[in-house]
Design a protein around this ligand. Sequence first.
Ligand code: FAD
Length: 362
Amino acid sequence: MAQKNIVVIGAGVAGLTTALLLSRNARYKIVVAAKHMPGDYDIEYASPWAGANYMPVGARGSKAAEYEKDTWAPLEDLAQNHPEAGVHFQECQIHSRAKDAGSATADWFNELLSPDAWFKDVVPNFHQLPASSFGPGINAATSFTSVCINTAIYLPWLVSECLKNGVTFRRAVFQHIADAASPSLHHERKVDLLVNCTGLNASKLGGVEDKSVVPARAQVVIVRNDAGKMLATSGTDDGDDEACYIMTRAAGGGTILGGCYQKGNWESQVDPNLAVRIMKRAVDICPSLTGGKGVEHLDIIRHGVGLRPVRAGGTRVGKERIHGVWVVHNYGAGGAGYQNSYGCANAAVKLVDQALDASAKL
Ligand code: FAD
């Protein structure tokens, strides 16, 4: 069958995972074109800032839950069999406080907080913790085996796997999505299909301009201290849109302390007061982080701010023709871009196959 030329726009976790899965089909010749690439740290590039772990938040029966379910096995395989990808297993404890019901964080974590969550039969060792094992103010808690991804290793690993399969990488900035169909991007060959993985910028990119994509601002502190497990709570006493979570990245990546979920906030700079609240909450919920010595004994690597690309209605995985070229979209994963990466990318690959098979029959 004839070779098909594809341009994947975006080199975040969505673009790289989609490119990797597409590159397993020898019929596809792929170029990944993006403004930002692994190694860059920028407010327009969410993926490097992520924790990143697997804490499912998709509601039971939703597309989001299906994408998350389909992503567990590939992440488990990476943690088990591919240490060079920078993904490791870690116990994850979810603490629930009755008083957080209805808050922004508790709504975001609704499924995660359930003792009967759909993913209890997907992840290993899901169980409720006895009251004696958690601190004052906590009303219930669950625990399961999850993974934590060192994004500084994992994103370059995805690039390497793509390169092995013949994918080419180009820096480019597009004003309109149709600009990515220029033959000059693809070794002067006609481009047959575009994959749109532009994250938050799908709200501004010409030809897409999806105004239902908005930022949910995240602020984190990365420290050298080790918590030994992941922890998240249903809320905090510091405001509706603040959160408390801790996760230690694989292979010396440090421990991420979070956070917040500030919808509609585009601020790129660190809020120092919020940073202090994040650190205090982390040490309160997990005193062993500093061996019981208090917040002053956190050893800070750096502070970070990232913008989660949240889309009303969830991640857009769909296809359409723009200016006569097939476009498959995969953007808007919000705070779940890693934990749904393989599910969304697989769904996008199916749409690419359909679109190119259909155009072959024309
Ligand atoms: P991005 O990573 O933003 O990539 C977009 C790409 O498109 C970039 O390469 C950019 O340069 C390119 N691009 C955009 N517009 C153009 C253009 N016009 N021309 C050329 N290139 C363009 N998710 C989890 O699953 N688990 C977690 O634990 C987790 N923790 C998080 C913690 C923080 C602090 C943050 C900020 C996010 C977290 N997330 C987590 C969410 C996750 O990071 C995002 O869902 C994910 O990174 C989105 O990836 P993306 O590839 O869609 O977008």
